[in-house]
Design a protein around this ligand. Structure first.
Ligand SMILES: [Ca+2]
Length: 359
């Protein structure tokens, strides 16, 4: 009897292990689907601008699963590769096709792809300057203190460089008059040269530092021309905005223009970087945008999602059904001003911008 029991037990155990091995992959897939559905379910409830604990928890669950797929997180060490991670990685690798990029390997900005910010007044004016009484003329908004100059845009050692300098008596031509500027910076855009509707838009870059530095990687509709429009752009996607006064967080935002010409801003769910990450070193920033939602990623980790349904409901329209052009800039917030706020000159370095479409 005893021997028979042992034999039966061994039989059951081996059958179980064979079954487990066979089922392992499909079980993992089910877990992934379950998590994704859970998020979709949670996200369709309630106010999306509220950082509810629920949504944070479910996003973190996915972050825990997806972080191990991250191949770009150069600061992370000793990541374990799980079966779940391999599945995510495989899906991602298989489904994206590179359609446009600039690796910045030249000696100067590739003008077939980019324009200098401010040329012909596009996509917006070049920045703020001082009037004859020394008062800041806020034509750019936010009382920013920069003025974009072509000479601050360089390409060197495989990177696009946007320099930020403190100026001492430098003047620029504003409507035929020489006006003094306080600080100069660099910015570029692709309006009229490249635009994209849906896809993955990614940058690898190192940020400037100091109180008031405000680098951004963002999109406006190709159809929006600030010179001939009586109202702001219908939509805006900020892939990232980073604030030099707090280099521990990465923000991503979508803007939807409401009927009253003010923006519904889909802020929140900022990414708190990890201890071994440093925004002044190279990291990757991206969005994945399709007809259902926009996802924001930092070093391959999804940290935020907003669905088209939610944005249309709260903003009154869905502006993300047309091509958008790309902008890169380093602004200087009004708060820059005291000695020591920024160790000038500083710079943003961009290793590449890559745009992918779903296969
Ligand atoms: Ca490069």
């Amino acid at each position: 009897m005893k021997k028979l029991s042992v034999l039966v037990l061994i039989g059951i155990l081996s059958l179980n292990s064979v079954g487990l091995a066979a089922k392992k992959k499909s079980k993992v897939k089910r877990v992934v689907e379950k998590i994704e559905n859970k998020i979709k379910g949670k996200k369709s409830e309630g106010n999306i601008d509220t950082n509810t604990n629920d949504s944070v928890t479910t996003e973190n669950e996915v972050k825990d699963k997806t972080e191990e797929t991250n191949t770009n997180n150069e600061n992370s060490k000793g990541k374990k590769k799980t079966v779940l991670g391999k599945i995510f990685k495989k899906d991602d690798k298989d489904s994206w096709q590179l359609v446009w990029s600039d690796e910045f390997n030249g000696d100067s900005l590739d003008l077939s792809k980019w324009s200098y910010w401010g040329d012909d007044g596009l996509p917006w004016n070049a920045g703020n300057y001082l009037d004859e009484n020394g008062n800041l003329v806020d034509q750019s908004g936010f009382k920013v203190k920069h003025y974009y100059l072509k000479e601050n845009v360089k390409e060197k050692d495989g990177n696009l460089i946007l320099e930020v300098k403190k100026e001492n008596g430098k003047t620029v031509d504003i409507n035929g008059q020489q006006r003094r500027i306080l600080y100069s910076s660099g910015a570029v855009h692709t309006k009229g040269k490249f635009s994209v509707q849906e896809g993955k838009i990614e940058m690898r870059a190192a940020m400037p530092k100091g109180v008031g530095t405000w680098p951004a990687f963002w999109l406006w509709p190709e159809s929006y021309d600030s010179r001939n429009s009586s109202r702001p752009a219908l939509g805006e996607i900020d892939i990232f905005e980073i604030y030099g006064s707090d280099l521990t967080k990465v923000t991503g935002t979508a803007h939807v223009l409401k009927a009253d010409n003010t923006y519904k801003m889909f802020t929140g769910n900022n990414e708190k970087i990890r201890k071994n990450e440093d925004l002044t070193k190279f990291n990757t920033y991206a969005i994945e945008w399709d007809s259902d939602e926009i996802k924001w990623l930092f070093n391959g980790r999804v940290f935020k999602r907003r669905t088209m349904k939610q944005m249309e409901k709260e903003g009154g329209q869905n502006p993300f059904k047309e091509p958008y052009f790309i902008m890169i800039n380093v602004a200087l917030e009004n708060k820059t001003g005291s000695d020591g706020d920024v160790d000038f000159p500083t710079e943003m370095k961009v290793d590449y911008v890559r745009v992918y479409k779903k296969k």
